[in-house]
Design a protein around this ligand. Sequence first.
Ligand code: AHR
Length: 652
Amino acid sequence: MIFLIPFILSGSSCLAQKKVKTILQNGKPISTDLFGVFFEDINYSADGGLYAELIQNRSFEYSPSDKNGWNPFTSWELVKDGYGIGTVSVETSLPVHAQNPHYVTLSVEKGGEGVGLRNSGYDGISIKAGGNYNFSVFARQVRGNSAPLEIKLVSKKGIVYSRAFIPELSGEWKKYTGTLTSDSTDAEALLMVVSKSQGVFNLDMISLFPSNTFHNRANGLRSDLAEAIANLKPKFMRFPGGCLVHGDGLTNLYQWKNTIGPIESRVVQPNIWGYQQSVGLGYFEYFQFCEDIGAKPLPVVAAGVSCQNSGGSWRIGGTGQRAIPLEDMNRYTQDVLDLIEYANGPVTSTWGAKRAESGHPESFHLEYIGIGNEDKQTPEFRERFSLIYEAVKKKYPKMKVIGTVGPSPDGKDFELGWKFAGELNVPLVDEHYYMNPGWFINNQNRYDLYKRTESKVYIGEYASKGNRWINAISEAAFMTSVERNGDVVGLASYAPLLAKEGHTQWNPDLIYFNNTGINLTLNYYVQQLFSVNQGDTYYDKIVTFQQSTNPTCLNDFTQAASCVKDSKTGDVIVKLVNAGNEKKTMDIDLSSFGIIKQNALCYLLTGKSDALNSFTNPQNIKPVKTSLKVSKMFTYETLPLSLTIIRIKAGR
Ligand code: AHR
């Protein structure tokens, strides 16, 4: 089936295209941070996803405030094998840490083959034959003779894949660790912690990680997902949200200080997306991941107000925005300043010392910080944004602060947000849009019209409402216009990034995953091709379209092209998009680049408009890399519905 995009080319669009032609002949510098990623814990992206913890509800902190029906025993079961007798209860009187109040008391009257707890992970625990899994548990013996605890990986039917013992327990809380090596592969294994001896035991923070986390980090990330993100070569990573940051009401604002330090001391909190954030993937881990993948960190903090969709009004669009009382704003603003100190401050500073305690004395080189996320532009928001913004500017004048202009590409909050950013001279503003493919095709002139004297743009969230090739190719066409306007658009990130199969709350997403695999969408490949082929100088008038389906316009919007140079490699990179249903010929004139090497690299992504990559057919479409003979002036015939990137060695 061929999808037809309704192309609406208005008179003003044509005018806009004429203005494009005023771009410098000799290239203009564009942002070197253009293409990045936006990570939000939505769709089980963090817990059960990128964060490699395999045990769900490891700290018995689940509660109905996270999700209806959840409680401290969610995903846990009491087991009494071989006629064992015992009970389990949840207590709070003597926790491992005051900020992590719940733990269990296991009372074993008769051990049998083992009385204890069984955890089913996030839809099962996926293990591989020969794989090593690091477990840890906080435990103490309350009554009875000191007795061993047995830790086992088992199948649903009780087949034991691996077992280890903690020979004896102390009477005080103590962390015990070990490694389990599985002898089998099972996507739905379970973890058991049992005792065969009579006694009373306290248990908390029962944890299991694969040993091969990304970069082998302790408390680390799932390597295949982290690598998929790393392979995008993102220039920056925005985190931790999204709506998650300004949360479901004031008590649910993201509190970064609760997310650092030993994991047993972190404060879990409900996620606006309807589950719990263990915050095991906290600010330290975010910064570290950014560093590991060479992406600049871009944290976003709430602007002193909660999400306007708070209070269950998400679907009906009511305003649930609540503001931090002004008398508490000093404390809140200080938290934001402390975050910057945590990232960049010397080890002699209070928060720099905390970063060093976590094993990273060096700065994380924070350059960007977002304040607010598509907030309603109320007087309450503006007052609080100003307080935070002015404080950051005063203490950290070089920090590139990113403001917010609502959830849409236009409209009241957008207009008010831009006006407000202008009044305050905010360096960048964060635009969001989830639109159909036709919108992306038709709006390629959007940034040609932006004034170069105002705030720069961060396109923090965008997607064309689908994962079919027609969606991805429309994004590709739009991205050529983002490159062309890389002097006014500083950064751009597709959203959302990750979604777990069976827990997807928002479609489309860039990468889908389950416990055993991942599905890279066509949108992913477009993002990747643009990101790895980014340049720092934009050249106009390099590509001419031979056929125009709309002769009244200088550009046919089903054809798009850009040309950049990457000064690090000296490569000239030409991107050609044909979003139409017929072949189109394009002339490429590289004569102004001096010497051109004949052998160029060519990446091609093409397919039918309704084609998809899926778990069952993950490689349906993927980029094909070939070599191509080029010359100073050459003609290239683009396939229907194709993205072609030609990477040419040149000397100018
Ligand atoms: O990307 C999903 C959501 O879309 C983000 O949390 C929010 O900022 C936007 O509405």
